[in-house]
Design a protein. Structure first.
Length: 163
């Protein structure tokens, strides 16, 4: 598998929605509760500062994606935020790492100075390990900051990385 990342186009909406909606449906990582359809998905992915689509260069299959956007405005507008999703049947193959490193490069290219994650769920061990590997700094713990799909709350761990 040879992973490449490129910018989202409208032709990606079906694959992007499928990957995104699976994470939303699982209810253990993204704050969203409603799935995207073709119209809302294209609007959502097109409205980001950058949406990256990871694909296998050999097969052409979409394997993951990320969204990148400002975390705030004005005096905090240099801080960006991102979310990542990897196709569930392909996790553990370093696709997430390709997405995060590409995202960091894009963020810097777009003029952002800091990449901040507001709500990394404490049970998302793969993400926590990857962010540590890539040099992100943990900001502490927000107890019970994330409502899991089954109704219980998990801690969240904000992170940042200077670009």
């Amino acid at each position: 598998m040879n992973i490449k990342v490129r910018q989202y186009t409208k032709e990606d909406v079906t694959d992007a929605n499928g990957i995104w909606n699976k994470v939303v449906f699982d209810g253990v990582a993204f704050p969203q509760t409603e799935p995207l359809d073709e119209k809302s998905g294209d609007e959502f992915f097109s409205s980001q500062s950058f949406t990256g689509i990871a694909y296998d260069e050999e097969s052409g299959e979409t394997v993951g994606l990320y969204i990148l956007h400002p975390n705030n405005v004005g005096r905090c507008g240099h801080i960006c935020n991102a979310s990542y999703a990897v196709r569930s049947d392909l996790r553990g193959r370093h696709i997430g790492e390709a997405l995060v490193t590409h995202c960091m490069e894009q963020a810097k290219r777009l003029g952002f100075g800091i990449l901040q994650f507001n709500a990394v769920v404490s049970t998302n061990h793969a993400a926590l390990k990857l962010y540590e590997k890539l040099g992100f700094i943990r900001l502490g713990v927000i107890p019970g900051g994330f409502l899991m799909k089954d109704g219980h709350y998990e801690d969240i761990i904000p992170h940042y990385h200077i670009l």
